[in-house]
Design a protein around this ligand. Structure first.
Ligand SMILES: Cc1cc2nc3c(=O)[nH]c(=O)nc-3n(C[C@H](O)[C@H](O)[C@H](O)COP(=O)(O)O)c2cc1C
Length: 320
């Protein structure tokens, strides 16, 4: 079996690997550009950025790569439309969107010839996205980090979603090595989206304390929290996660209504920002379920070299 060719609209990366968009400011320009330079697709996590910041991030990524750069934006954010239009104005290569559904984005994508990729967790939503005009689907299983659309494993939903649509399906959730990529390819995926592996890269912008929590994590350190967005989230166990679970997390001191719908039980963006800057005990540290399998912080190019080497070691997989 050859590495699949991942075709999203007119885009074909050298390797069928997308670095998942990570908010808040976890996947910024340096990480996205490094992934694009290594032959994958790099995504800037746009949710919670200001419009000016997003513009600067896209420009900064562009000035460091000729590879494929996209943004990830959650439908749940109030500035969704403005972010999509800004990314299109900045000539972004693709837009990946999840945490809710918007008809409009497919229309904007068609008008500007920018492929739209929908993150879904069920065949039903995959079919709707295809009908509306998605160029590809990210099928995200419960093993993923961050907000979750399902409690079902990627192994269960991937074959169902592959069977439901004709557009390329990209598998996400718990994939951290070449073996995981090979398994997804065998199940019919045209590519993979990986996020947790790329947090443990030298180019990822989070504080060292965040990365050290990842490195020390065991399989038992993962918790599910409820997010004020109204979805569960997969994160590392810490004092703040305990407070969320006990429903004693601090209420937001101020609120600018950044989410369309928010319970305001606590501020998820403040909690993610605290973690990013290294105040990990006061924040939410999102992570995928297989974080404990990653043992090192490496430059993105080295991560790609290892993934490709591991993939080639699989008896039934050859490079294109
Ligand atoms: C720290 C972190 C932040 C994330 N933020 C977002 C986000 O803002 N939007 C989104 O659609 N997915 C987000 N995700 C999900 C990833 O893009 C990806 O689909 C998922 O984590 C894949 O599973 P893996 O981390 O096990 O590789 C986040 C994941 C992590 C680990």
């Amino acid at each position: 079996m050859k590495f699949p060719e991942l075709k999203i609209g007119r885009l074909i990366p050298r390797y069928p690997i997308i670095q998942g968009g990570m908010s808040l400011r976890v996947s910024t320009a340096p990480l996205a550009a490094a992934v694009a330079n290594a032959g994958g697709i790099g995504l800037i996590g746009a949710s919670a950025m200001s419009i000016g910041e997003l513009r600067n991030e896209i420009r900064s990524a562009r000035s460091n790569t000729r590879g494929i750069i996209g943004i990830n934006v959650m439908f749940a954010v109030r500035q969704f439309a403005a972010m999509v239009h800004t990314a299109i104005e900045e000539k972004i290569d693709l837009i990946v969107t999840g945490a809710g559904f918007s008809r409009d984005i497919f229309h904007w994508g068609r008008e500007s010839d920018v492929p739209i990729v929908s993150i879904v967790s069920s065949p039903k939503l995959a079919k709707i996205a295809e009908k509306l005009g998605a160029a590809a689907i990210v099928a995200e299983g419960t093993e993923a980090g961050g907000h979750l659309g399902t409690m079902r494993s990627i192994d269960e939903i991937l074959p169902e979603i592959v069977a439901a649509v004709k557009i390329p399906v990209i598998a996400a959730g718990g994939i951290v090595d070449g073996k995981g990529i090979a398994k997804a390819i065998r199940m019919g995926a045209s590519g993979v989206q990986m996020a947790t592996r790329f947090v443990l890269s030298t180019e990822c912008a989070v504080a060292d304390a965040f990365k050290q929590m990842y490195l020390k994590a065991t399989a038992d350190d993962i918790v599910l929290i409820t997010s004020p967005v109204g979805m569960p989230g997969r994160a590392l166990h810490n004092a703040f996660a305990d407070k969320i679970i006990k429903k004693i997390a601090p209420k937001p001191e101020s609120c600018d209504g950044c989410l369309k719908d928010c319970s305001r039980e606590y501020c998820i963006f403040q909690a993610l920002e605290n973690a990013r800057i290294g105040r990990v005990d006061d924040g939410v540290v999102f992570t995928g379920q297989n974080v404990h399998k990653i043992k090192d912080i490496l430059p993105v190019q080295k991560i790609f070299d290892n993934l490709v080497k591991e993939l080639k070691q699989e008896p039934d997989i050859d490079e294109r």
